[in-house]
Every structure is written in C-alpha cells, then in structure tokens.
Design a protein. Structure first.
Length: 473
C-alpha cells in the first residue's frame, strides 16, 4: 500500500484512508438509487431501471479505480447530479421529436455521452483541459471552494432531506420548516409529513453537533461517527414516534445483480440511427452543452476540494491534474457503454478529504463499496438522508474557510467570488457559477482598462459561457 499510494509522503495511514473512503461513500450512496430514478422517470423495477442502477455502480467504481491508480487522489466519481436531470430531459425531448420509445431514445442519448467522453479523453491527453484549469484566474479559483461549501450547505439544509405527505411535497428543511412563520403554519403546510420533518431536523442537527464535537477533540473519523450516530437516532425515532420499521425494505429486497436487464437495455446499446433523426445541429449543440457543464463541474470540484485539503501549490495548481481529469473522461466513456449519464467528480468527496483522505486509497475504498452495492444496495438505502445532510453541512462550513485567502479589498477578486458564492447554491451548478465568475472577472478587467491582464483562453471561455447562457436553447 505504501509503495502504491505513497501514504507516508502524503501524511496519512491505511486506516485513515479506509475511514475516509467509507465516509465519502456514505455521503454519496444516495446516487445509487437516485440516478436510475431520475433517468427512468422513477420506473422502479423496470428492466431499464435495473440496467441504469447496475451501470451506476459499475461505471462509478471503474472511474474511481482510475482515479486511485492513475492520479492517486482521494476523489470519488459517479453520475453527476444536474447532468443526469438534463440527460433525462434530453431523452424525453428525443422521444417527443422522433416518436421513438423511451428506451430507444435513452439509447440514442447515450451516444452523446459516449462522444463527450471521447472528446474529453483527447483533450486530457493533449493537456488542453489542464490548460483550461490554468486559465482560470487565481481570484476565481480561490472562490470555488467556499462557493462549493455554500452549495453543500444548501443541499444539506435543503434538497437532501425532504418529506412528502397528503398535502404534497417535497417539503424542505430550510424552506418549509425553518422558513415557516410559526410551527403551526409548518404543520398545516406539511400535514402528516410534519412529524417526519421534525425527526429529520433533530437527526440532522444532532449528527452535525456530534461531528463538530468529535472533530474538536481530534477524532479522525468524526464525520463517519456523526453520520452513524444520526442514523441510529433516526432509526429509533422512526420506530418509536412514526411507527415505521426502518429496516422493513430489507425483508423483500433482492440482493442479486440484474445483469440480464442491463444487457438487454443499456450495455453497449448505442442507437446511432435514432440520434441522426434528431438533427445534426441539435446533436452538436447538446454535445457542446454537456461538455461545458461537465468540464467546469469537474474542474471546480477538483480545484475546490484540493484547495481545502492543501493539495495545491502557491499558485493554486494541483499535481496530477491531468491524470485526475483523464479518470473523469474514461469514467464517462464507461458510463456511456454500461448505460448511464456523464460520470463526474463528486463534490461529496470533500467529506472523505475532511476525514483525512489524501491518496487514491480513499477513492479505491469508495469504488470497492460502490462495486459491492450491486449486491448490497438495499443496505446502503437505509442510511437516512438527514444523516448525510449533517456531514454535508459540516464539510460546507469548513470549505467556507477558503474565504480567508480572498482579498476583500480587491474588487477584481471579490466581485467574481461574491457572484459565485450566490450563483453556485442557487443554480446547483458548479460549472455555471464558474462561468458567471469568469464573465464578471473579464468584464471588470476590460472596462477598468486592464484588458491585457486577461489571458486569451479566459476570453474564449467567457465568450463560450455567454453563448451557452444566451444562445443555446
């Protein structure tokens, strides 16, 4: 292990890396069930759902193995949130335009993901993606980690822990519980879901405070132990106060991997002819859109998380960036071949980094757990969302510390950072927020008479984002 991952050189141990990998897994295990839900319209149990579920596990694990052995970095990869929702919309639009079935349209859209992955492999090998990273101004780079922190907090306090009831939903913690004028208003709004929401809130904050207290005492596994404590509280609360058996789903769960369903629906099922019917201009536009969103989501996650972990030099550059980007690209091709949307570096990797993960052994551990989930997915599914929220909020708070490196007296730095701070959690897109930061940086420099300080590549990227925001439909 030492020779393979250089543990001593990176100031870590096997135990720390294993705990970090498990911590990352627990914060992102939700994607295993959520991704097939989003990509198939919640058609749970169908052959397509089973195929996407298996593809999610296999492609994610393969990408993380690449990250572990090529880049030796602790970053986890899986089908990107936002990108998978966009993919589902594209599939529905293809079905509407061509009259093909949803499965056939899905197979046509997989061609787009395949092309995107191949493009990224070429760009990574030629160091073009690395040059794009270098073109991001230092001020914008410094703002990426804190902006991701706010996005993590927004996920934790918002969309990650929500409830449904007879009055509708989903109802979210910050908007519907803490956003209500009084408890009576919240209870009226949520109906029977109010009791579940109270349990979510209690679980979340107890988990958060357990993590904080353990972290202050120097416990390396603070995040993992806090999540476990929160899970136990939620399970007990569900049984005592909601009358729900939190382990009931295990009784009827299947632990056999649905290989036959994947082989019949998604495995190397590329519908090239169906995609041609959509029209070349639309196809090219979609490929460019996927590429831009994925590229800057990945760059933002790598730069932001690496900055928090102290893995960057004084200029904000991360060693082995090329290999990390290549792992992401290879993972996307693997995802297309098995049957899922774009594989990208997950922002939840920050939880494992905070638990002490510093090498590829963390990514390898998370990848092995994803691979194991083809057999034990029902067990991963019983981890409550409120427990993962506690971890996301804590990591988000820590990532805000990066603001101390931003020069608040320099508007060239502060304005792009401020825009990213609000843009990332509101848009739920790392890539879009970076685009806004680059555009604002470029405009400020031009109209303050310092246009020569902006690199040519930054001008190009800013222009591409303007086109993407205003002209691509």
């Amino acid at each position: 292990m030492e020779k393979l991952f250089k543990l001593q050189e990176n100031g870590t141990t096997v135990r720390t890396e294993l705990v970090a990998g498990l911590t990352t897994f627990m914060t992102m295990a939700y994607i295993i069930a959520l991704n097939p839900n989003l990509l198939t319209g919640f058609d749970v149990g169908s052959a397509l759902w089973n195929g996407v579920f298996l593809a999610t596990c296999l492609a994610s694990a393969f990408a993380m193995f690449c990250m572990a052995f090529l880049a030796n970095k602790p970053f986890a990869l899986a089908p990107g949130m936002g990108l998978n929702s966009f993919f589902a919309i594209v599939v529905a639009n293809i079905a509407g335009l061509t009259g093909m079935s949803y499965v056939a349209s899905f197979q046509a859209a997989l061609v787009i993901i395949l092309v995107e992955g191949i493009v990224f492999i070429v760009l990574s090998v030629l160091n073009i993606r690395e040059k794009i990273v270098d073109a991001i101004p230092l001020g914008v780079r410094l703002g990426i980690a804190p902006a991701i922190g706010l996005m993590l907090m927004n996920i934790g306090l918002g969309s990650n822990a929500g409830v449904y009831s007879e009055t509708g939903g989903p109802f979210f913690v910050m908007r519907d519980f803490f956003g209500a004028l009084t408890p009576a208003v919240a209870q009226t709004t949520m109906g029977s879901g109010y009791s579940s929401m109270v349990l979510q809130v209690v679980t979340m904050f107890i988990g958060l405070f357990v993590i904080v207290i353990l972290a202050k005492k120097g416990v390396k596994a603070a995040v993992l132990l806090g999540m476990l404590a929160a899970s136990v509280i939620y399970w007990i609360g569900s049984a005592l106060f909601l009358g729900v058996n939190p382990f009931a789903s295990l009784a009827t769960a299947s632990f056999l991997p649905p290989f036959a369903d994947m082989a019949s629906t998604t495995l190397f099922k590329f519908n090239f002819a169906g995609l041609v019917d959509v029209g070349w201009f639309t196809v090219i536009t979609l490929i460019i859109t996927f590429c831009m969103i994925d590229m800057f989501d990945t760059i933002g996650t790598l730069v932001g998380t690496a900055s928090r972990a102290g893995m960057v030099d004084k200029d904000g550059n991360m060693p082995n960036m090329k290999e990390a980007l290549l792992s992401d690209a290879v993972g996307t091709v693997a995802g297309a071949c098995t049957g899922t949307s774009t594989i990208t570096t997950f922002v939840e990797s920050a939880s494992g980094v905070e638990a002490g993960g510093r090498t590829g052994l963390t990514a390898l551990t998370t990848g092995v757990l994803f691979l194991a989930c083809i057999f034990i997915a029902p067990i991963a599914a019983i981890i409550p969302a409120a427990a993962t929220s506690a971890a996301l909020i804590y990591v988000g708070v820590l990532m805000l510390m990066g603001l101390k490196n931003v020069r608040f007296d320099d508007l060239d730095q502060m304005v792009p950072v401020a825009i990213m701070l609000i843009g990332m959690p509101v848009s739920s897109s790392i890539g879009h927020a970076i685009g806004l930061g680059l555009i604002s940086y470029t405009v400020i420099k031009i109209f303050s008479g310092r246009a020569k300080e902006v690199s040519v590549l930054t001008y190009v990227i800013s222009a591409l984002f303007l086109v993407k925001f205003f002209l691509i439909v």
